[in-house]
Structures are given as C-alpha cells and as structure tokens.
Design a protein around this ligand. Structure first.
Ligand code: SF4
Length: 399
C-alpha cells in the first residue's frame, strides 16, 4: 500500500475529535456517547492528546489541517482548559492553515456567555447548536435536556461572543408529529437567523428507548409520506428565506459572497482524508479507513499503553479496511451525490482516478437520468429534487 497515496494529491486534511460524554441519553440516540461518565473527562482529554501526538509522529510528512471539528456526544461539556490542551496539542503537531475552520457542537443549556467568549478566544469560529425542535412536548419525547429559552439564550450569547457562523440542527418526522408543529419549529429557527441549517429525518434506531416505545405501540410509528412532505416543505421554505441547499440535509446562507457551508463535512462528502481522535472516532487517510475502540475506559487504557502502528493507525485503532480504487470510486460517488449543488464533477473525477465517470457507470447514470433522479450538465452529475427523497436508493446504484 502507498501510504502517501491520498495525502500527496490532497494535502489539506480535516481533524475530528469525538467527545463521547452527555449529561443523559436522549431517547433516539444511538451515537457512541455515555451518560454518567464525566469523571473520566480529565483522563480522556489527556488520552486524546496522546493519540494526537502518536499519529502525528508516525505521519510520513507534515500534515496541513484546514478544519477541526469537536463532535459528540456533547463537546460543550469540555472545560476551556480541556479545549486549550487539545488545541495546543494540535497546533504543536500539525501545520494549521490560515482561515482554519474550527467547529464545536454544543447543546443549548450547556453554554453561557463567558464560556462562548472563551471559545472565540481559542479561535473556535463555528458553533453548531442541537436545537432539534421548538415544541416542548417534542423535546420531551426526544429526551432532550433543554428548552426553547435555552436555545434563544445560547444564540444570543453566541452572537455577543462574536460567533458569525452558527448552525442549528433540527429533527423532523417524529412519531406523531404534525406538519404544523414541524413548520412552527422551522419558522422559530428561521427567526434566530443562523448562517446554516442541518435538518435530519428521525430514524428509529435499534436498541433505543424510542424503538421500544414504538414496538410496544406506546407511540405512533413514523409516516414516511408525511416525512417526505416535511422535507420538501422545509427545502422550499429555506430556499425562499435565502438559504441554499448544498447537501441532502444541509443549507447555508451567503455571507460576504461566500456560502457558509460546513467545510469540515465537505471533506467527508468529497471523500477526502481526515483523521479522527477519541473513543469510536473514525479516520480515512493513506488509503485506510480506520476506527477506534468505542468504550471510554478501554480508549484511555489503549492510549496509555501507547502501542501504535504505521500511519494513520493510533494506539486506539481496533479496525481497519484498505480501500482499493474500486471502493474509493464507489464511495466518491455515494458521498459526492449527496452534494446537491456540486454533485460529482467529471473533471475532478478524471483527475483523481484517471478514468471517465461516464465510462465506469454508463448504465447507472443513463437509467437514473431517465428516471429523473439524476441530472447531468456536461460536467457535473447531480441528484434531482425527486432523487433527494429516494437518496439511499440512488446512492446504492453505485456500490
Ligand atoms: S445530546 Fe446528542 S449525543 Fe448526547 S445523547 Fe442526546 S442525541 Fe445523543
């Protein structure tokens, strides 16, 4: 395997830091996150720093970092000194490019003005708030700990602290949710005037309390037709309010001639390299997709032992998969087609793989265009509005 492969051609990479701590578990959540474990926070942050040091030392070249993303879990449970430590370690071990995007996910109710001001002092320049809904009953059903007042306050404080790039996450398609309450939530969120929206359809995941309630008939199941209507309505409403859809679930506003897309997530959708640190974090670099151990104590143990492999593996890596060109092409298609305005560029595809996109998938592309699910402008292949509703079925044609 050529460990230099991806990094030579696309030298800027993203860093993801997973913070798997939450104050309690939401009813629908199947992320790798844990409640009641904040006593591990100090040790965890030290382990993340060790992992960063170990991976950067094994890197075959200087790594240029264009985005850093603190995701979770609830990264806003980290103290300012925790964040300083991790960011200090990143600065010591990598080359940070000018205009780096540094994101932090936060739950409304876990931040205050002085915390947000300190985040800005650390050059964290994008904040993503898990608002989810503006309806108290829906927040209760989801098991969220915040209320609408917490959302209003968090946004006000974020603006006062100087955040000019703010995302709101919302969930739709809740069991029993009516179109009117979804519309009320999105209208409320629009009045908050964020630069970015991420809208997700709720999926009932195995093993979650929500799934148990649905299975036992305690709450209604989800009506897929209504979910599709909610999605379509939201897309039209956001476009009318001046937001541009650039990904299946994401909309951005233009500020100073630039759409404030999530640059970190663009790295994933363009199938470009990134490194992940923390329990359960994933990475993709040097042709390898790797994943870390899920449990917090095991992660801390593994980082303490410090047995590391070749780049991009770390002491916490427990699985790896070599991505050959065939898979890399399929993944590039699946992820690139999520980008509703950019799609997959034939030029970029040819540059990367030395092959024409239309030679590799002639039948799939023709068929999906005939069905009105994809469109082709001579260089970019994009998913249509109808295709977005059937997203996964379209993507799977390229696997
Ligand atoms: S706050 Fe987010 S990560 Fe934590 S339990 Fe709720 S949904 Fe999951």
């Amino acid at each position: 395997m050529d460990v230099f492969g991806i990094l030579n051609t696309m030298e800027q990479i993203g860093l993801y830091i997973h913070i798997p701590f939450c104050t309690s578990r939401c009813a629908y959540c199947d992320f790798n996150t844990y409640a009641g474990m904040t006593h591990y926070l100090d040790a965890y942050v030290n382990s993340v720093c060790k992992e960063i040091g170990s991976v950067s030392q094994s890197a075959p070249q200087n790594l240029y970092i264009s985005t850093i993303y603190f995701g979770g879990g609830t990264p806003s449970l980290l103290s300012i000194s925790h964040l300083k430590k991790i960011l200090g370690m990143i600065h010591k071990n990598f080359v940070i490019v000018d205009h780096v995007e540094i994101n932090l996910e936060a739950n409304p109710g876990t931040v205050n003005l002085s915390y947000l001001k300190e985040l800005r002092r650390l050059n964290i320049n994008r904040i993503s708030l898990g608002m989810q809904s503006a309806i108290s009953e829906e927040l209760m059903l989801l098991g969220r700990q915040h209320n609408t007042i917490d959302v209003i306050r968090a946004i006000k404080w974020a603006r006062q602290a100087g955040f000019e790039n703010l995302n709101l996450d919302l969930i739709f398609g809740l069991p029993g949710q009516a179109m009117q309450t979804w519309q009320a939530s999105l209208e409320f969120a629009l009045r908050m005037n964020p630069e970015h929206f991420s809208l997700y359809a709720l999926s009932v995941e195995a093993g979650t309390p929500l799934q148990g309630w649905v299975n036992r008939g305690l709450i209604d199941g989800i009506d897929p037709d209504l979910v599709a209507e909610m999605y379509e309505w939201a897309g039209d409403r956001l476009e009318a309010a001046g937001y541009k859809q650039y990904e299946i679930s994401n909309w951005a506003k233009q500020v100073n001639n630039e759409y404030l897309v999530c640059r970190h997530n663009m790295q994933y959708w363009r199938n470009q390299p990134y490194l992940g640190f923390g329990a359960g974090a994933h990475g993709y670099a040097g042709g390898l997709r790797i994943a870390n151990v899920l449990s917090i104590p095991e992660y801390i143990d593994k980082c303490a032992k410090g047995e590391t492999g070749e780049f991009p593996r770390s002491p916490a890596t427990i699985s790896e998969e070599f991505i050959d060109q065939k898979n890399e092409i399929a993944e590039t298609m699946m992820m690139g087609l999520r980008l509703t305005s950019e799609g997959v560029s034939a030029d970029r595809f040819h540059k990367r793989f030395g092959k024409a996109l239309t030679d590799i998938y002639p039948d799939e592309i023709n068929e999906l265009i005939q069905w009105g699910l994809l469109e082709w402008d001579g260089n970019n292949l994009r998913i249509t509005k109808n295709g977005r509703i059937l997203g996964n079925q379209v993507f799977m044609r390229f696997v």
